[in-house]
Design a protein around this ligand. Sequence first.
Ligand SMILES: Cc1cc2nc3c(=O)[nH]c(=O)nc-3n(C[C@H](O)[C@H](O)[C@H](O)COP(=O)(O)OP(=O)(O)OC[C@H]3O[C@@H](n4cnc5c(N)ncnc54)[C@H](O)[C@@H]3O)c2cc1C
Length: 409
Amino acid sequence: MAEFTMELSDEQKEVRDWIHGFAADVMRPAAAEWDEREETPWPVIQEAAKIGLYSLDFYAQQFFDPTGLGIPMAMEELFWGDAGIGLSIVGTGLAAVGVLANGTEEQIGTWIPQMYGDADDVKVAAFCSSEPDAGSDVSAMRTRAVYDEAKDEWVLNGTKTWATNGGIANVHVVVAVVDPDLGPKGHASFIIPPGTQGLSQGQKFKKHGIRASHTAEVVLEDVRVPGHCLLGGKDKLDERLARARERAKNPGGERVKNAAMATFEASRPAVGAQAVGIARAAYEVALDYAKTRVQFGRPIIDNQGVAFQLADMRTQIDAARLLVWRASWMATTGKPFTSAEGSMSKLFAGETAKKVTAQAMQILGGNGYTREYPVERMHRDAAIYTIFEGTSEIQRLVIARTVAGVPIR
Ligand SMILES: Cc1cc2nc3c(=O)[nH]c(=O)nc-3n(C[C@H](O)[C@H](O)[C@H](O)COP(=O)(O)OP(=O)(O)OC[C@H]3O[C@@H](n4cnc5c(N)ncnc54)[C@H](O)[C@@H]3O)c2cc1C
């Protein structure tokens, strides 16, 4: 009989401590520099690849941890190290999840290794769904993929925006409209192989936080990819579209999932875990500072006003982690998200990171506001966690519609 336990296994603790060592020894010392440079920290990614931390094998091992805690544990430690570098290391994972969620076994085996490259020649990947006029509202997507039957090729045209690793990726996963009459049900995901003609990087964004992570537009002009680059394959797409068309005629019928939603559902708890890592890092700095900073003849933590803030910070971080772990455990053990538990975890963890990092800055006083201390960077980094992978408002919308029993869209 399965025993309930909240204790990590010895093996999980070993992995966690190993990642923590890399985060403390390699990421932390490099964090301020890459934040200032606003460039992809290739040397740090290479270091991670050398020790096997940036590799398909590592993520596969964590992904297949039967408790579901492998990925959130890894994310929390990496983002405790630094969020900008952390996202540069794990950004490829979003594209990999896109392939895992929608691809065939052959596609998974062919493309995911090319997303990571190897220790001597590291590569990154990008997942491109958002567009200038289609952020929260994915149904407004315009990028078109048209099938050229004579050549068994798909032709893609459009502009993607906000793509993490967009334009510098070896492999891009692009979500496009294949049937405009079906809204998000008429979307499909495509692999754009390395060196494909017609794909180019547009504007690279200068950001508030996570500045070591590359975010850019991706422009697709008559991009031709072979038929086998359609994730899941043509037969499965045709079946799915037929069901969606049927349902459009008969709204009471079986529901059809769309490709981008499948990716987001699977990745939300992992994103929540990243936010937990940032919040924990800022809390630890604030706790140390509060114990050593003396004002009015005593450490500032002796003031209840400061101590209670730390108590609330710690409580919220632990609560966020528990929501993340629950959602990851549910996803891994095949329990359906009946109350949008994935969205709950991302919502609460993202909001917690933003709040806790702001409190940490307050506890550090003037020092908290300077780049001499890391909490202002952590606060800038945390701010993205209520925006990307679905804003907090969209998470609330998903939770509200799920508990109300009405369709999400
Ligand atoms: C640094 C960064 C990295 C990113 N990485 C990627 C990536 O790798 N791949 C990718 O595809 N995308 C990526 N994104 C895009 C990200 O997911 C979107 O920015 C996000 O989904 C929000 O879309 P938007 O920016 O268009 O905002 P909008 O959708 O325009 O929202 C603006 C505001 O309106 C609110 N709002 C919108 N609709 C509603 C509603 N119905 N009810 C209540 N409030 C609402 C939102 O919550 C928000 O506060 C990234 C973004 C950033 C900034």
